[in-house]
Write a protein that binds this ligand. Structure first.
Ligand code: ZN
Length: 234
């Protein structure tokens, strides 16, 4: 059984009616609902307003893969909690930052670059697979077309990915590295661009399949349980 924790800052769904219409119970609940249908996956949801911002040792100890959706409250996540997430990833926890989570503190700590990109609302997107043999692309019928998505454009300031799996093309002629994998320590990371809060992206079966595949790919093969600053010499 893969234990997944879906972390959501859960602000815009409560703040804006048009976002609440798309995700009445929050983006995390939508993601949890489709992941829970898989017998190999067990899901819990946590949000920023919970004790220890939903990122306590107890929660992360019980997490194989952490999915993260954040946008306007990146700076509200404490440095202590961001550092804890980083350590768990280095020790083997899988990490899947979605959409605007490219700018969250744990991503910046783990990848070390600015993660800057260019953006514009309301473009069409065509998502193509550029790595069909990768497990995250398994069973995906593409191209995947979005009537409306927030455009993310290059240059996307990421370190060189281990694998580029999806490329986004937008109707304003921009392209973007939309699905990339990284390895940090013992942990596997998949960044996936689709999922702006105003559009019903996470209800799309192909997007759900990609996130489900990513969970299975990012699940740890091995975890270690050490303070990586003070690893014992053998
Ligand atoms: Zn967005």
């Amino acid at each position: 059984m893969i234990k997944v924790t879906v972390w959501n800052e859960y602000i815009e769904e409560k703040m804006y009616d048009h976002v609440a219409k798309v995700y009445p119970e929050g983006i995390h609940t939508c993601i949890s609902n489709f992941l829970s249908k898989d017998k190999e996956i067990q899901v819990k949801c946590v949000t920023l307003s919970m004790p220890e911002q939903g990122l306590s040792k107890e929660i992360l100890d019980d997490t194989d893969v952490l999915i993260w959706w954040g946008h306007q409250a990146h700076d509200d996540v404490t440095d202590e909690n961001a550092e804890r997430v980083k350590k768990y990833v280095l020790n083997g926890m899988g990490f899947i930052p979605l959409h605007s989570a490219h700018g969250c503190k744990p991503v910046k700590l783990l990848l070390g670059t600015s993660m800057c990109l260019r953006w514009k609302h309301g473009e069409k997107e065509k998502l193509v697979c550029v790595n069909p043999s990768h497990p995250i692309a398994q069973g995906i019928t593409e191209p995947i077309l979005f009537e409306q998505e927030e455009m993310y454009g290059e240059y996307f300031d990421i370190p060189k990915p281990d694998d580029l799996i999806f490329l986004g093309w937008f109707s304003n002629q921009e392209v973007f590295r939309s699905g990339c994998t990284f390895t940090r320590g013992w942990g596997k990371i998949f960044y996936f661009q689709p999922g702006h809060e105003e559009y019903p992206i996470y209800y799309m079966p192909e997007i759900q399949r990609i996130i489900k595949n990513a969970v299975k790919w990012a699940a740890p093969v091995n975890k270690r349980n050490v303070d990586y600053d003070n690893e014992e010499v053998r």
